[in-house]
Write a protein that binds this ligand. Structure first.
Ligand code: FAD
Ligand code: DLZ
Ligand code: SF4
Length: 509
């Protein structure tokens, strides 16, 4: 008899490990445990979503004929970690082997590889996670010999592999990438669909009460807990996106609008990452929309690229370079994370709106993460470890394999430009161009050195100035340095002095 361990982000019926187990003979174990629920201070909604989705999945498995032993969270349990639970079950069931699918996170996979088989006294069989489009070794082969990686080239391989938007070996429409069409500010007219709000069943209610009680000191609120927790709700969320959002997804992908949490984004990442939806299912649905002529190419290509391109690419980088990737700090940052990343209280309107979205919904869309809260951390030189822990804690979709390369690589440029060629540093001008935040802000986006000048403006030039040496060989930064050098010395000095003042009182902004 074998014991199959299913982790919280493996809630998929045709998971590799389930395919090799036999419901007649083998048993499944799933467990809510302290160590997984608190290795960072996960947002309350992230824990509630995961625990409830796990409990629903256990039901789904039982209905399909599996014998499932489920450990609900108990703060006083003698079992604090997954290995504690598994050890207990191996002893009580007499299992001869433990079977599982490769963990999403290095932390857990490494612990398993190092000590589980020895501690349990039985073999541990780990199967590759084939819910992803590319295997980790396929990615490693592609990356082999390349000094710098570029998502675009990997993405083209994935287009060829999947056949999405391909016609006779060529990209649909003649171009691989329609990103240039996807940078519009919101037009102020196109109405935003209201994201679905799911009804709560008894399992959800139990879990919400449990999280409120046991994780009261974790960030975020449970008041607007709207995430789906079952496969059918996740499917409904996908259907909603395809029907009401995809058409405008491309055009307004980079836009930000005050008080609007999702715009035309899909809100599907938590389901993809915990296994309630698969990448193939989501991309098939989007591709079908294109084939039925129900959405434009820039939208469908942009959406599919995020999944078979970016999502797969960051996972590849993660597994190729862990564990040392997590320690990289190429820009030698030393500053602590400002207070408002945890309490949300700042006069910067853009940051305040992103924090509100984050704490109310365990969500912020990509440009909010990249160009507002991420950009600010980059410009102010926050230590990569602190900002990575923050992103890992506060979002419902956050798992180390996807959060770390996005934060450490894409946002913080702490891998020295391995993941992306140029830092996404920007002044307030970019935020002003893409949003309506600045009109309602305490600070003025038009000026740089006044008492009420937008902090992003001088901090941007401070970043450029202090990292001249780091970027001296980066051709994509040449133009920025030429602009800086054309400023007269007095102006430069005033900007740098203003930024220094801000850096000395960051918590007060
Ligand atoms: P949409 O805009 O609707 O995009 C569709 C899908 O594409 C997403 O659901 C997601 O699966 C995928 N996707 C898009 N961009 C990326 C990307 N850069 N990397 C990987 N997948 C992508 N995404 C996570 O899933 N988990 C994280 O922990 C995470 N941390 C991030 C941290 C930072 C600093 C940044 C800049 C980005 C991070 N992202 C993360 C990527 C992206 O912001 C989210 O995937 C996206 O905002 C999720 O919302 P959505 O489902 O509405 O996405
Ligand atoms: C994120 C999370 C949380 C909050 N809790 C659990 C849990 O109690 N049990 C579990 O199996 N998984 C949980 N997860 C997801 C895990 O952190 C995730 O499965 C691993 O990190 C993947 O390597
Ligand atoms: Fe953000 Fe600056 Fe605009 Fe205020 S003025 S919203 S701080 S970019």
């Amino acid at each position: 008899m074998k014991l199959g361990l299913i982790l919280g982000d493996q809630l998929t019926p045709d998971l590799a490990s389930l395919r090799v187990l036999d419901p007649q003979q083998d048993r499944i174990v799933m467990a809510e445990v302290r160590d997984e629920a608190s290795y960072v201070k996960h947002h309350k909604q992230k824990i509630a979503l995961l625990f409830s989705a796990m409990r629903h999945f256990a039901e789904e498995l039982r209905e399909a004929g599996w014998q499932v032993d489920y450990h609900a969270y108990d703060a006083n349990s003698e079992f604090k970690s997954l290995i504690d639970v598994v050890e207990h079950h191996v002893q009580t069931t007499g299992a001869e082997r433990l079977v599982l699918t490769q963990c999403g996170e290095y932390r857990l996979q490494h612990a398993m590889d190092r000590k589980w088989a020895k501690q349990l006294g039985i073999p541990v069989d780990v199967y590759g996670d084939d819910r992803f489009i590319a295997t980790t070794s396929e990615f490693a082969d592609w990356a082999d010999g390349r000094k710098q990686l570029r998502m675009e080239y990997f993405y083209r391989e994935m287009r060829r592999k999947t056949g999405y938007l391909m016609v006779d070996g060529e990209p649909e429409g003649g171009k691989w990438n329609y990103d240039a069409d996807n940078r519009k500010k919101w037009d102020g007219k196109t109405p935003f669909p209201n994201p679905p709000v799911f009804e709560r069943d008894e399992i959800d209610q139990d879990v919400i009460a449990l999280v409120a009680e046991e994780f009261a000191d974790h960030p975020g609120s449970l008041d607007a807990f709207h995430w789906g927790t079952t496969r059918s709700q996740a499917n409904a969320a996908l259907g909603f996106f395809i029907q009401y959002c995809l058409t405008n997804f491309g055009d307004f992908q980079d836009a930000m609008v005050r008080g609007e949490r999702a715009l035309f984004h899909s809100l599907l990442s938590p389901y993809l990452n915990c296994g309630l939806l698969t990448a193939k299912q989501v991309c098939d649905a989007a591709h079908q929309t294109w084939q039925d002529k129900r959405a434009p190419l820039n939208a469908v290509e942009g959406f599919i690229r995020q999944i078979i391109g970016w999502r797969e690419y960051v996972r590849g980088i993660y597994w190729l370079h862990m564990p040392h990737y997590a320690k990289e700090n190429a820009l030698n940052n030393k500053r602590a994370l400002p207070r408002y990343y945890w309490d949300g209280d700042t006069r910067m309107a853009c940051m305040s709106d992103c924090f509100k979205n984050t704490f109310d919904h365990a969500y912020a869309h990509h440009i909010q993460r990249l160009m507002v809260t991420g950009n600010f951390a980059l410009l102010t030189g926050i230590t990569p470890e602190e900002i990575c822990d923050w992103y890992l804690a506060v979002y419902a979709d956050a798992y180390d394999w996807v959060e770390l390369p996005n934060t450490l690589g894409m946002v913080m440029h702490a891998d020295g430009g391995y993941l992306g060629s140029k830092p996404y540093a920007a002044s307030g001008n970019y935020i002003h161009k893409m949003s309506d935040y600045c009109s309602g802000c305490h600070y003025s986006v038009k000026t740089q050195t006044e008492e009420d000048s937008c902090p992003f403006n001088s901090l941007y030039w401070h970043f450029i100035h202090r990292h001249r040496n780091d970027f001296k060989n980066n051709h994509r930064m040449g133009m920025v340095y030429r602009t800086f050098d054309r400023m007269n010395d007095e102006k430069k000095e005033r900007i740098i002095a203003r930024a220094d003042t801000l850096l000395n009182r960051l918590d007060d902004l």
